[in-house]
Write a protein that binds this ligand. Structure first.
Ligand code: CA
Length: 317
């Protein structure tokens, strides 16, 4: 049974941070025929590309949801919207030298009938707090996470790894983006708090502090302020974006919070170095030069990709 009389209070904040000159994050929420829709995107690539890519993700998702049927399957719509955005951004990047290689993460929540449907690409995250317990509803699409899934690296080693920002899926960087959908919706009840955020938060602020803030009695706007302020206090080396949704209503007995499913990649996929190296987008501090990316994309044979993979493993370990 799901809470039937919930009201959702939402607040969001985005900050350029203390180091960067441009904010390449984007955030949006609004009502659509299917329900309330919430999106955070973190762009990457080029001088202007990141800003353009994250804005495109938000705009394309918003437009797709706005045109949806009220009874449409939210999962199908979110998947379709993200795959379409992926192709559109990839196409724009391929056709415009100024935007070449641009891409963006995306985390999206659609709430209908007190159920939250969760989708994500990249390393932006969605957390949920219920009964003082913090749940992470997304598993990062990063190279180090892939190594953790494969048993080649521990969670602790991955946590502060200097290469933890290298993505193996993003919207617009590769024709085959991986879109993860939480296997079942979250049945919401009064007191539940959802947080969507870019890695400018999670790279600077640990889960313990996030849990403390979300478990407080503060209203969502103040929660956003505390989280962004802590990210800035701890360095603010990246753009930081947070969006908080709090369910107001009676606390009812509902289904437990589902765990995200992220199957370990099959061995042949781990060996498929071309996909992870050529498709990987380094969000900071360096980007693969376009000429190298083109060379690898066009002529990168197995031997070359294997050599790069070996070198990267040497760097990682
Ligand atoms: Ca970022």
């Amino acid at each position: 049974m799901s809470g039937s009389q919930l009201i959702f209070k939402v607040a969001e904040r985005t900050h350029v941070g203390r180091v960067r000159r441009i904010n390449q994050d984007d955030v949006w929420h609004g009502q659509t025929p299917m329900g309330f829709f919430y999106v955070v995107a973190d762009g990457m690539g080029g001088h202007a590309g990141g800003e353009v890519a994250s804005n495109l993700v938000v705009t394309l998702l918003m437009k797709r949801a706005a045109k949806s049927d009220p009874n449409a399957d939210p999962v199908a719509i979110m998947k379709d919207a993200l795959y379409r955005a992926n192709i559109e951004i990839f196409r724009k990047g391929a056709l415009n030298p100024e935007l070449y290689g641009m891409g963006s993460t995306a985390v999206a929540v659609l709430i209908r009938d007190s159920k939250a449907y969760i989708a994500h690409v990249g390393d932006s995250r969605i957390y949920m707090l219920r009964d003082d317990q913090l749940h992470r509803l997304t598993i990062d699409h990063t190279l180090v996470q892939m190594l953790v899934d494969s048993g080649l690296m521990t969670e602790d080693e991955a946590e502060d790894h200097p290469r933890s920002h290298i993505l193996n899926s993003a919207v617009g960087c590769h024709p085959d983006a991986v879109v993860d959908i939480l296997p079942e919706p979250v049945y919401l009840t009064g007191g539940d708090v959802l947080l969507l955020c870019s890695d400018g938060l999670t790279g600077m602020v640990d889960d313990k502090y996030i849990r403390e803030v979300l478990a407080s009695d503060l209203d969502p706007d103040k929660m956003c302020g505390f989280l962004v302020d802590m990210a800035l206090k701890n360095g603010g080396t990246d753009n930081v974006t947070v969006q908080i949704i709090k369910a107001i209503g009676d606390r009812e007995s509902v289904r437990p919070v589902p765990a995200p499913r992220h199957e370990p990649p099959p061995p042949e996929e781990v060996e498929d170095t071309k996909r992870y190296i050529v498709g990987a987008q380094e969000k900071r501090p360096r980007r693969m030069p376009p000429w190298l990316s083109v060379t690898l994309g066009s002529f990168g044979g197995f031997a070359l990709a294997s050599l790069i993979y070996w070198l990267m493993l040497r760097l990682l370990f």
